[in-house]
Design a protein around this ligand. Structure first.
Ligand code: FES
Length: 261
């Protein structure tokens, strides 16, 4: 009787590819466009924070809203409120920048996009990254990305303030082009906020029985539909907030001054 010896297990190894990628398509285009888009947002944001012309009644530039410093013009203050007193002399936008900025910075979609386009980690599927080691988001500082949910709560408030600004503009200048730019921006910002993955989890993430929570199920269904468009909403709201902010500043500076501005 012959005995068969068990076959040695096949050791699977990565293919030893000498080049960085075998892809022949334009894989670099998406990270490049993302890099340019996000960079333009950063550059614009720095300028907007420094620029001091952010209010022309009834419009307030979104990057400066809510305006909470005592240097804010009377009509620009949220409910006439100036909680920081006279000791704060820096630009008003700096006071709130961390909330919407932190929300976008820790967003799941933006993380993917800037990991790929800025850190090249990796720049695209099947393209080798330049880094020798990968530690994910398990260590400082990237472990801080986990506070995204808390930024979401703050972003809800910011979204409500922008909606309030748009309603004020609608009441006082319903025919103004700036009004409708602010309205569109408020809608997109709030849709982006509600499409957040954290929002989807908060609405019904840990439920075992949807049938016992019909309202949460309906909310979850709505948020899930928005969530499927999260990437598009991230870009649309990013450009809408830049356009709305720039438009209000141009009107405030007198550069745009046609009758329905
Ligand atoms: Fe993008 Fe929350 S995942 S805003």
């Amino acid at each position: 009787m012959t005995q068969t010896t068990p076959e040695a297990p096949v050791r699977r190894q990565r293919a030893q590819v000498k080049v960085r990628t075998l892809r022949t398509d334009r894989w670099w285009l998406a990270p490049l466009v993302t890099f340019l888009g996000l960079s333009s947002f950063l550059v614009y944001g720095v300028w907007a924070i420094i620029d001091n012309t952010y209010f022309v009644d009834p419009y307030i530039a979104p990057f400066a809203s809510p305006c909470l410093a005592s240097s804010c013009p009377e009509g620009a203050r949220l409910f006439g409120w100036a909680p920081f007193g006279d000791w704060y002399t820096l630009p008003p936008g700096l006071l709130i920048l961390g909330l919407p900025g932190g929300f976008r910075l820790t967003c799941y979609y933006y993380r993917k996009s800037y990991y790929r386009s800025f850190w090249l980690s990796p720049p695209a599927c099947a393209v080798q990254e330049p880094h020798g080691k990968y530690t994910g988001e398990r260590r400082f500082p990237l472990i801080l990305q986990n506070i995204h949910r808390y930024f979401f709560y703050a972003a809800i408030l910011i979204g409500l303030v922008l909606a309030y600004d748009a309603v004020l503009a609608l009441i006082h200048k319903p025919q103004g082009l700036g009004t409708w730019i602010l309205v569109i921006n408020a809608v997109l910002i709030n849709m982006y906020t509600l499409s957040c993955h954290s929002c989807r989890h908060i609405t019904a993430g840990r439920l075992n029985h949807f049938s016992r929570h019909p309202l949460r199920y309906r909310a979850w269904t709505f948020v899930s539909k928005l969530n499927a468009k999260h990437q598009q909403l991230a870009w649309a709201s990013m450009f809408s907030v830049m356009i709305a902010d720039f438009y209000v500043r141009m009107v405030a500076k007198g550069i745009i001054a046609f009758p329905f501005a």
